[in-house]
Design a protein. Sequence first.
Length: 430
Amino acid sequence: MTQRPKWFPGYTVAVASTAAFIATAPGQTFIISQLNTPLREAFGINELTLNTAYTVATVLAAFPLVYIGAMTDRLGPRRMLAIVAGLFALSCLFMSAAMGPISVFVGFFLLRFLGQGALALVSQHAVAMWFHRRLGSVHGVKQVIVFGVWILFPQGALLLIEGVGWRWTYALFALLVSATVIPLSLWLVRDRPEDMGLRMDNDAPAPPREHAPTTSPDPGADAMEHDDTPPTLFEPAFTLKQSLRTRAYWVLAAAFFLPPLIGTAFLFDIQPILALRGLDKAAAAITVSAWTATMCLMAVPAGMLVDRVKASTLVALGMGSIAASAVALMLAHNLPLAMLALGLFAVGQSLVSNCAVTTTARYFGRAHHGAIRSSLTRIGVIGTGLGPIFTGLSVHFTQGYAASMILFVTMCAPVVAASFFLRAPDRPTE
């Protein structure tokens, strides 16, 4: 092992990863939702049909993600970031050329698979290769930057759509993605610290084996926290098959699944939800910005909590806040209450997502992280696809959204209960 460098390359990897995650915006629901009204008007699509198309496309987009994870394990995040970014840029171009409901459906599939799914997955995988003990804090700083930049994206996208049209808006997105993410990936990203003779977290060379520490993979589980002691030399190395046999995997799967389901329902239908309260598209964009702003403010505190508090506690608190947000949105009759509802959701989402992302790497190790993480990301993407169908059915059969909000609150309860059983699994024995 070489001596620790003055500048740890893991931080440049985090910079490129952050830029890549920002660039997933055209494939995220909070931007695609700005197309809700324009697409329905352009192609004569009713709300339930558009929601169903988005649901089916997103669910289908989840299944190829396991191959993205496996390819990332094989090729490394550096090459995969550049490849996926190029394909995502082409997807934005395809969406800009959509000519009817079928091509809109295909566009939804490509945007969700390559943007919200694959590009986000590979960018987070890259950081997990370089950090262990500090992963929560690094992820928190990354989230601050991402959501800080995203605060103005809903209004910016709305202005572009109203100014040059949704087609030129997505053509511009294609140019921006390809011009930023591809060069940054090739320039700044390196696959693993060991390739450069370094250790995770920029730790000093390992002590002799007989003196190796044995810290828990859950930083909140013991008192040996936040010193400069390197993580255990016996790092977990679960395969996907082994992780599927653990209780922790399925609790984390629930944490990956439900918040995206509820959040996508909120964001995709925020325009029609608020229209029933007499609020316009500009108010909807401001409400979405309240979500991104709160995510920005919560990112560092959530990341620090993940490094200090038990994962089970954070998941329970986060899911409780998400349940409260559904109640608040159901009762919201003006802009401040709508912003409060999305803010409560952001608090819960920040706690749960930060915890789930870092805990996955800590509990199961890096050896097969791409495959394990992609399987969980696939579950999360399926959740994002199912959310709008609940709100679509609610408005179709009840002419309102209260039924779907009550259902969302009910769905949170078993995840809160399951979170108390979240513990680091025993090391695999085969």
